[in-house]
Structure formats: C-alpha cells, structure tokens
Unconditional design. Sequence first.
Length: 56
Amino acid sequence: MRVIGRMGQFFGLAVPPLAIVLQLGETISLGQMLVMLLFAACAFWIGRILEGYAGS
C-alpha cells in the first residue's frame, strides 16, 4: 500500500511540468492544462493518504 501511495505522489508531481510543456507547445488548451493540474493535485493527495494509512 505504501508503494502505491508513493507512486501516486510521484505521478502527482510529474504531471504539472508535463502539462505546462504541452500547453506551451500549444498541444493542449489552457482548460485542459488546468484539468491536468487538478488531476495531479488529487493524485498527490490520494497518494499521501494511502501512504499514511500504510504506516499506521
């Protein structure tokens, strides 16, 4: 469970730079970038919760 949580956190940290690069390259729109950023924040948060539950 701890590994899954940690992977979710890493995924949540990797998506925002990717979203910014894709938006600067005009591959995605601003709205799509914001959705990706929101998804990344949720993935990080859920990963943190899973990692916390694995520790207890």
